[in-house]
Each structure stands twice: as structure tokens, then as C-alpha cells.
Design a protein around this ligand. Structure first.
Ligand code: ADP
Length: 261
């Protein structure tokens, strides 16, 4: 797409030149479209729980005699409210990450990745225990500090661990490995879950993309977890890849450069 603009160059009412400007706005259009899609998606995602909450409140106001039914409705309202909170939090995180100056010069924090990862595994273990899933970790002991924003590292680990548990069957295992490979640090999170089809491997990092309609939403996900991870990884100069065999499991690998020049 090319935008055309032109004008006359005047000097004391005398036209002594013309100016023609051609500007390639393909990229601008593309970004505008992404933004429009995002706004439409956000509106839809917010509307679903709000409509549900409104409906159940109205029903309760009309009076529900049975106590068990009443409690069930309260549970739904609470769940939908929690969903709204998580959605708004994720949207704010994403918009914060987008506004942040990205690039390596922005990286100032240095962290001990093993220490932070262990904390996050503990947090995720709570959810895992409910499904009888064991998280097994192998964290190399003499790892160096790395340049990475601590808050981002936490969020990245938590989102990946949360997904590994969410999309795995009960009583399965999740393996977490943190190790050094020459000048890189590798964080590997592997599960025995439902896996990701080949054609979806790139798309799962898009906002609100879910492999199947319902997968994710049913599990209580916002559809923004991996979009946030991708932004974090990019802003810290790292990379993320996914390997998966549908029906067998998925492996996410984050590669972080230890030494920066
Ligand atoms: P959600 O909040 O839906 O989990 P994410 O952005 O974290 O959103 O993930 C996007 C989609 O990618 C999920 O809805 C799910 O379909 C798929 N996905 C993510 N992680 C895994 C995994 N470990 N195993 C299988 N599918 C996954």
C-alpha cells in the first residue's frame, strides 16, 4: 500500500515548485489491522464472563429456593470474576511490555536463574498436585548470573509451567531442565500432554490463539500467556522454540545468551 501526498511550493504567491511524497504504509496498515483484531478479541473475551455474571445475578435476584443451586451460581460468578481479573492483568502486562523499550540495552537486572526457577516450580507445584502431576527438575548447580529482568523471568517460567500442567493429563510428569551450553543458558520445560499440531506451533504465540476452540478457555486460560512469554523473550534478547508430538507431549526451550557484548 502506498500513500500519495502532493503540494505546491509557494513563494510570494508565485508557484515555483511541486512536491510529491510517496510513502509505503503496508507495515502501518498491518499494525493497524493487528490492533483492530486485538480490540475486537478483547471485547469478545470480556463480554463473555460479564454476560454470564449478569445473567446469574439476575436469576439470583429473582430468587432461587434451592441452596445448592444458589451456591453453584455463586461459584460461577466467582469463577467468572476471577477470569476477568486474570484477563485484565494479562492485557495490562502485554501493553506494558509493548510500550517498554525493547532491545538489549534495556536489560539491566542480573539474576541467579536457578534460584528464581526453583521458586516458580514451587508455585506451580500447587496446581500440579491437584492433578497428581509431578514436576521433576534438573537445575545445574554452578550456573552464572544472567542479564534478565527478574520479574520477567518469573512470569515466563510461571506461564510455561502453568501450561505444561494445564494441558497434561492427571498423574503425568513435567520435566524442567536448566543448564549451560557453552555461552548459552537453556531452560527446557517438557510435558506428556496433548501436544501441539505442526500448523499451530507458530500461532500459539499469537494473542488469543487457542489450538482448539475451547482448549484453554475451558482450562481457565486467558489465551495471552504465550504472547506474554514471546514478548518477554524478545525484549531480553533471548529465543523460544517449541517441539511437540500430538498426543505425546510438548517441549518448550528458551535460549538465553550468558555473555553479552
Ligand atoms: P492459554 O491461556 O489459553 O493457555 P497461552 O497463550 O498460554 O493461552 O497458550 C495458547 C494455546 O497454546 C493454548 O490455548 C493451548 O491450546 C496451546 N498450548 C500452550 N501450551 C501448551 C502445552 N504445554 N501443551 C499443549 N498445548 C499448549
Amino acid at each position: 500500500t502506498v500513500r500519495v501526498a502532493y503540494g505546491k511550493i509557494n513563494d510570494n504567491d508565485q508557484v515555483n515548485g511541486y512536491i510529491l511524497v510517496l510513502q509505503d504504509i503496508t507495515q502501518i496498515r498491518r499494525l493497524e489491522n493487528i490492533r483492530k483484531d486485538f480490540v475486537a478479541n478483547v471485547s469478545h473475551e470480556l463480554k463473555t464472563p460479564i454476560t454470564s455474571i449478569k445473567g446469574f445475578v439476575e436469576t439470583l435476584r429473582e430468587g432461587v429456593d434451592d441452596e445448592a443451586t444458589r451456591n453453584h451460581f455463586y461459584d460461577i460468578i466467582e469463577m467468572e470474576t476471577q477470569r476477568l481479573i486474570e484477563l485484565v492483568e494479562d492485557i495490562l502486562t502485554l501493553s506494558f511490555l509493548e510500550n517498554e523499550e525493547s532491545g538489549r540495552e534495556g536489560v539491566e537486572d542480573r539474576i541467579h536463574p536457578g534460584v528464581v526457577l526453583r521458586e516458580m516450580i514451587q508455585m506451580a507445584s500447587k496446581l500440579a498436585r491437584e492433578k497428581d502431576i509431578r514436576i521433576e527438575s534438573q537445575i545445574q548447580s554452578d550456573l552464572p548470573e544472567i542479564p534478565f529482568k527478574e520479574e520477567y523471568f518469573r512470569q515466563m517460567c510461571l506461564n510455561l509451567l502453568d501450561n505444561a500442567v494445564k494441558y497434561s493429563p492427571p498423574a503425568s510428569k513435567v520435566w524442567v531442565t536448566l543448564k549451560r551450553e557453552e555461552k548459552y543458558l537453556k531452560l527446557i520445560i517438557a510435558d506428556q500432554g496433548m501436544g501441539i499440531p505442526e500448523e499451530a506451533k507458530e500461532r500459539i504465540f499469537e494473542r488469543f490463539y487457542r489450538v482448539e476452540k475451547g482448549r484453554g478457555r475451558k482450562e481457565g486460560g486467558t489465551g495471552l500467556g504465550l504472547a506474554i512469554v514471546k514478548h518477554i523473550v524478545q525484549s531480553q534478547g533471548a529465543t523460544i522454540t517449541v517441539d511437540s508430538e500430538p498426543g505425546k507431549g510438548s517441549t518448550f526451550t528458551v535460549t538465553i545468551e550468558i555473555v553479552r557484548y
